[in-house]
Design a protein around this ligand. Structure first.
Ligand SMILES: [Zn+2]
Length: 356
């Protein structure tokens, strides 16, 4: 187990995160990316769009919106640069196909969804280009671990879902055989604990937010079944501080509660829906490994390469992934391994071999 502030040496480890919009990297995976970077891993964060269609918090930058000056994307690219700097991701922003190649699709059915460069617009030629672009980044970086959204894209944004399927398509296409793909998820129990803690804010040491911000209620935020989580990344306080600084860099997209310029450290963030979601003290993953000859396989990527859930336990009667062996190694219901499990058992893969 890794103690508070005790960071292992992960020099030589290469990790890629694939996200749809600037801010997702920090909201969902900021702690993990900061921790990996602090441990010496080579971290690359790929962002697929500039987030042009995002709603804007506050009055100052409202005129940048897509329906007005349509300058939000460029501004968010700068926010992303600052956030990655705060996280310690030295490579800085990397955009799929280069900056501005693909555009935030907005929600399905919106006018933006049919934009010629919309990231999620169905178009076989564009799909081909996107997977070629991400495969080229995979071959250049040769990551032993790729992190992206779950198949429902956290809360269902089409660009998040597209980033998930694109990751598998590119891993399939690349010459480099990515050994592990991990989905970032928020366990349902974490959401439930947060909602319960609002019932007695004093006991939980919380400040109630001022309207229009409000505490989350059950069902407000998307969660993932706890029993499917394979890895938990513990975030030491100094790493959470970096993550919080990175969150503050995305000021057009989120606000922190309490206000970080005050005395109390922020405990929650709110997007433009004004629902307070807890800043994670640990980040959770469901990970899958590329199937080898001796592994039980589980096809989660569609046609082509098969991926086994890590570690390799599969219910032969079901297509659903089941609780992994690492979670039951110490007895049924044992807690999943701490963060280093996500990368330390990749040690043998660090030298990794490209497949033909
Ligand atoms: Zn997003």
């Amino acid at each position: 187990m890794t103690g508070e502030g005790d960071i292992p040496d992960l020099c030589g480890l290469r990790v890629m995160a694939v996200h749809a919009h600037p801010d997702d990297e920090t909201i969902l995976t900021g702690g993990t990316l900061a921790l990996l970077a602090a441990a010496g891993a080579n971290v690359i964060n790929v962002t697929c769009t500039l987030g042009e269609e995002g709603e804007i918090i506050g009055d100052l930058w409202q005129g940048l919106a897509a329906a007005q000056a349509d300058q939000l994307g460029g501004y968010r690219a700068a926010e992303l640069s600052n956030a990655l700097g705060a996280l310690g991701v030295a490579a800085g922003p990397v955009f799929l196909g280069g900056v501005g190649a693909w555009r935030d699709s907005g929600m399905e059915g919106s006018e933006s969804f049919s934009h010629p460069r919309a990231f999620s617009r169905p178009d076989p030629r564009n799909d081909e280009a996107k997977s070629e672009q991400l495969a080229a980044l995979i071959d250049a970086h040769r990551p032993q671990l790729v992190i992206t959204y779950d198949p429902v894209g956290w809360y269902g944004h089409p660009d998040h879902i597209r980033a998930h399927t694109l990751t598998y398509a590119a891993a399939e296409r690349a010459r480099w055989a990515v050994p592990r793909i991990a989905w970032i998820v928020v366990p349902l129990s974490v959401l439930e604990d947060d909602v319960r803690a609002w019932e007695d804010p004093a006991a939980s040491g919380r400040l109630l937010p001022e309207p229009p911000l409000r505490p989350a209620a059950l069902g407000d935020l998307p969660g993932w079944p706890d029993e499917e989580v394979t890895h938990v990344v513990e975030l030491p306080a100094h790493i959470r501080a970096r993550r919080d600084a990175a969150l503050a860099a995305h000021a057009t997209q989120l606000q922190l509660h309490p206000d970080p310029t005050g005395d109390a450290a922020p405990t929650h963030l709110a997007l433009t829906n004004n629902i307070c979601q807890q800043l994670p003290v640990r980040e959770h993953y469901v990970s899958f490994d590329l199937a080898g000859a001796t592994n039980t396989v589980h096809d989660v990527g569609g046609a082509g390469r098969t991926w086994r859930r890590d570690p390799l336990v599969l219910d032969p009667e079901s297509t659903r992934p089941v609780r992994g062996a690492c979670m039951s190694a110490d007895g049924e219901g044992a807690t999943p391994p701490v963060w280093d499990g996500l990368v330390e058992d990749l040690e043998g893969a660090r030298g990794g071999q490209p497949h033909e």
